[in-house]
Design a protein around this ligand. Structure first.
Ligand code: ZN
Ligand code: ZN
Length: 541
């Protein structure tokens, strides 16, 4: 009996030692790739599933780990807070990226999230190039990787959008590159370096945007195969400038480089630059783990213009599926399958077009921020005898005109109470809360927690507005937007693939904040400084 026990103990011990050995030999992958698909709703994994090939989304879903219920836990669900949350594991209240644009309540200055007056553009125009991560108040998981390896790891951010390149790559990035509409070039700023790397200049010199715009956008497959969308010409889609109708082929796109952002080639060129970066910087080919942050923005720009039920969106995702397959194949050939870890997620989802929902008798609507602001200020002026007391209704928040209020001598709390009452009477408004007296707000979960997580005292409006489901702010009769708490905006895909990622899926709820915590655990590095997420233990086995 004793012998059997001893043998069993020895057997168990050797099993433990054996099981630990691979982890000890290879504590980190050669490369981590973070891939954010801008405005990708979770259901797009399934809506077009029968039309996807085997090597793109389906490869990640089949051979990787699928977190089916990944939710955003803050407001507003916009691009800059989304990318920041993915990489910091934190929320606007803490990381400071409270929206894409905000007003600093202490100074009254209006800020763009990555605006930095102290840096200069490198390779591009002044307006597009004065950017850095300086407004980001916490570290990213990419920063933590650099800190953990005594800067041996290298980090690059690549996207059409400046904010989607800069915020993921963090404070310590080796490089971040984004698209300048005025020149059609990828650029950076002096925050990172005083010159563009030669490989970026060589890439720009190929003038790919010109050839992509000349080629236009045609359907990948015969039109009768596009059965997941409304007819091509429908009243819920916006048009490209100069088009008579929003229909294929989009073959007269002109040469405004901004148009590249809205077509599949916008994602294609971003992935091409990511591959060029990986090759030229020799990412994944040294002792320390490198990190490549890629964000694909064309899905968002097209989503805003066409809304989810358009042929254009179906074609965008079919093409993205093939672009993704090629990118994975490239990573296999350069880094080796199994030597890199990749996660794919989104910064937020998007609503259905409100007029489309109304046509189906689903409650929905679209409100003009500018119109509401004017009406609100007129109402307050009638009651209190002072003009322009409210400065903005951006981000589903009320920002007061603090200077005006101070000089008017009117009691600030009285003004706020009137605003709350005025908003509560509107048909699109479900809840209104004075965030400076939040204990008085009667709001159900999870909205309540999302409001608290999203409220940054210095950078958010002091009154938060929650719309009824189906309603959104400000995009006119066509297209759509995002920004609200509702699941169509906050239920995002999250797929893990590659080194140390088991096959499987979970329907347990996880949060966007858990992504950075999980990457940190996988890499055995410190969680980012503002991280409030938890490790998804299914991934780190
Ligand atoms: Zn976005
Ligand atoms: Zn958007």
């Amino acid at each position: 009996m004793k012998h059997i026990l001893l043998l069993t103990a020895f057997f168990l011990l050797s099993l433990t030692v054996f099981a630990q050995r691979p982890a000890a030999q290879s504590p980190r992958p050669k490369l981590v790739v973070g891939l954010v698909i801008d405005q990708m709703r979770w259901d797009y994994l399934y809506r077009y599933n029968d039309r996807y090939g085997n090597d793109g989304f389906k490869r990640l879903m089949r051979d990787g780990f699928n977190c089916q219920n990944t939710m955003i836990s803050y407001l507003p669900s916009f691009t800059a807070p989304g990318h920041t949350c993915v990489y910091t594991g934190s929320v606007p209240s803490i990381h400071g990226i409270a929206a894409n644009d905000w007003i600093d309540n202490r100074t009254g200055k209006a800020w763009y999230c990555t605006e930095d007056p102290e840096v200069a553009p490198v390779g591009g125009s002044r307006r597009a190039g004065m950017m850095s991560p300086r407004n980001l108040l916490a570290t990213t998981v990419t920063d933590e990787l650099r800190l953990a390896t005594n800067m041996k790891s290298r980090v690059f951010g690549i996207s059409l959008k400046d904010r989607s390149s800069i915020l993921p790559a963090g404070h310590l990035a080796n490089g971040a590159f984004w698209f300048d509409d005025s020149t059609g070039n990828f650029i950076t700023s002096t925050y990172y370096s005083s010159t563009l790397p030669a490989w970026v200049t060589a890439f720009n010199n190929r003038h790919l945007p010109d050839s992509f715009l000349s080629k236009g956008w045609t359907l990948l497959e015969p039109e009768n195969k596009y059965t997941h969308s409304l007819p091509d010409n429908n009243p819920y889609e916006g048009k490209f400038a100069g088009e008579a109708a929003p229909v294929f082929p989009h073959d007269k796109l002109g040469h405004d480089y901004n148009t590249l952002r809205k077509i599949p080639a916008g994602n294609g060129i971003t992935l091409m630059l990511a591959e060029t970066c990986l090759e030229n910087e020799k990412l994944g080919q040294q002792d320390a783990t490198d990190f490549l942050c890629v964000s694909l923005s064309a899905t968002d720009y097209a989503g805003h213009q066409f809304a989810p039920n358009a042929l254009e969106m179906e074609d965008m995702y079919l093409r993205l599926d093939r672009q993704l397959a090629e990118f994975l194949h490239f990573l296999d050939s350069k880094i080796g399958a199994g030597n890199y870890t990749l996660f794919l997620t989104a910064d937020h989802g998007g609503a259905h077009n409100s007029n489309y929902l109304e046509s189906l008798k689903i409650p929905a609507g679209n409100v003009s921020e500018g119109g509401a602001l004017k009406e609100l200020n007129q109402g307050l002026a009638q009651e209190l005898g002072a003009d322009s007391l409210v400065r903005a209704l951006d981000n589903y928040q009320v920002t007061l005109n603090e200077k005006k209020i101070a000089s008017s001598g009117i009691d600030r709390d009285k003004i706020k109470k009137l605003i709350v009452r005025w908003l509560q009477a509107r048909p699109e408004v479900a809840y209104v809360a004075d965030m400076e007296h939040f204990e008085n707000a009667v709001v159900p979960e999870p909205i309540r927690t999302m409001m608290v997580n999203g409220y940054n005292r210095n950078r958010s409006g002091c009154i938060q507005i929650i719309f009824q489901p189906g309603w959104y702010n400000g995009y006119g009769p066509t297209g759509t937007t995002h920004g609200t708490w509702n699941p169509y905006d906050t239920h995002i895909p999250l797929l893990w693939y590659g080194w140390h990622v088991p096959k499987g899926e979970t329907y347990g709820t996880v949060y966007m904040t858990d992504i950075a915590a999980t990457v940190a655990a996988l890499l055995h590095i410190q969680m980012p400084g503002g991280c409030v997420g938890k490790v998804i233990t299914d991934i780190v086995k």
